[in-house]
Design a protein around this ligand. Structure first.
Ligand code: NAP
Length: 296
């Protein structure tokens, strides 16, 4: 039987509609407008397209949005100065520095310089630490999107065996940490797999919820999945181009096989991807409320 599709693109649309209403309400009732700055250093085409997509969404939702493009040879000191400026700017509630940064800039130093209350990417160690102790401030956007997909698709997370393949700081580790917390969309029993895991299939076959963020196209085959599992495929891998030059994308899960075994699965594209930017916007609205002491 074919699995139900968890359509991230549709869920993202639903959340954006909610956010748009909230932005209008904040403006009308409190006279504040969520402000997001995206700082892009250099001319990496992928980064340019990510930043453009973030700016476009911010604009559509009615944010005050600033796109700050800087040359690839900007000094670390100047970039730190810019962050300091936005940390102090009351119109800006969320600061996003698009990664990767050029090699001469210490990425960690830059991310640590962002005011944790404006860290809408959720990468600052203060926010990572808060997540760890169950007092999350801003959740990192991709894991936040995954959890929201689980909740909105009605997946039973509490008590589930959740297996995460991948342990990166932006996806694998934070989603594992989120699912193990007490609270809605959590309370799971979590296993994390990586390249040193002895028998990946042993673990994936036990998973009621299988989350794959390995960056290896079609790595998880149908026979590695427990019948009836919910599969969240985070992978976005370009495996070629169409004759027209369009990117051909594959997830980390062999979709055609997996959909015959799983009870629900996210497609690639149109699954986790559209959720990431949406959750960035959700974090920025939250930042606006926190920084303006708005509780309603
Ligand atoms: P990453 O930093 O490269 O981390 C990959 C992780 O997977 C590592 O922990 C690695 O283990 C593990 N891994 C790699 N090959 C493996 C294998 N054969 N068996 C078991 N574990 C393996 O990647 P990432 O940034 O987390 O991204 C993962 C994927 O998600 C990529 O395709 C990326 O494009 C996609 N992604 C999508 C979104 C979105 O919005 N949809 C956002 C972020 C990332 P080790 O630690 O042992 O090396």
């Amino acid at each position: 039987m074919a699995a139900k599709l968890i359509k991230g693109a549709e869920v993202a649309k639903e959340i954006r509609a909610e956010l748009k209403e909230e932005v209008a309400r904040l403006k009308e009732k409190h006279g504040v407008v969520p402000g997001l700055v995206t700082i892009l250093v250099g001319e990496n085409p992928a980064s340019q397209s990510y930043v453009r997509a973030k700016q476009k969404t911010a604009h559509e939702l009615g944010f005050y949005s600033v796109q700050d493009d800087q040359p690839a040879d900007i000094s670390e000191e100047t970039l730190l100065g810019l962050i300091d400026k936005y940390n102090k700017d009351p119109k800006i509630h969320g600061i996003l520095v698009q990664l990767p940064l050029p090699k001469h800039i210490n990425e960690t130093k830059i991310l640590y310089a962002i005011d944790p209350d404006k860290d809408v990417d959720g990468f600052h160690p203060v926010n990572v630490g808060k997540l760890m102790i169950g007092e999350a401030n801003y959740l990192p956007c991709t894991p936040f999107g995954i959890q929201e997909l689980l909740i909105r698709s009605g997946t039973q997370v509490e008590g589930a065996e959740a297996v995460v393949v991948g342990r990166s700081n932006i996806v694998g580790k934070p989603i594992a940490m989120m699912l193990v917390q007490k609270g809605p969309g959590a309370n799971a029993t979590v296993t994390v797999c990586h390249t040193r895991t002895k028998d990946i299939a042993f673990h994936t076959k036990r998973a009621d919820i299988l989350i794959v963020a390995a960056g290896v196209p079609e790595y998880i085959k149908g026979d590695m999945i427990k019948p009836g599992a919910v599969v969240i495929d985070v992978g976005v891998n370009e495996v070629g181009r169409t004759p027209e030059g369009k990117r051909i994308l594959k997830g980390d899960v062999a979709f055609d096989e997996a959909k015959e075994v799983a009870s629900a699965i996210t497609p690639v594209p149109g699954g986790v991807g559209p959720m990431t930017i949406t959750m960035l916007m959700k974090n920025t609205v939250k930042a606006c409320k926190v920084l303006n002491n708005i509780n309603d």
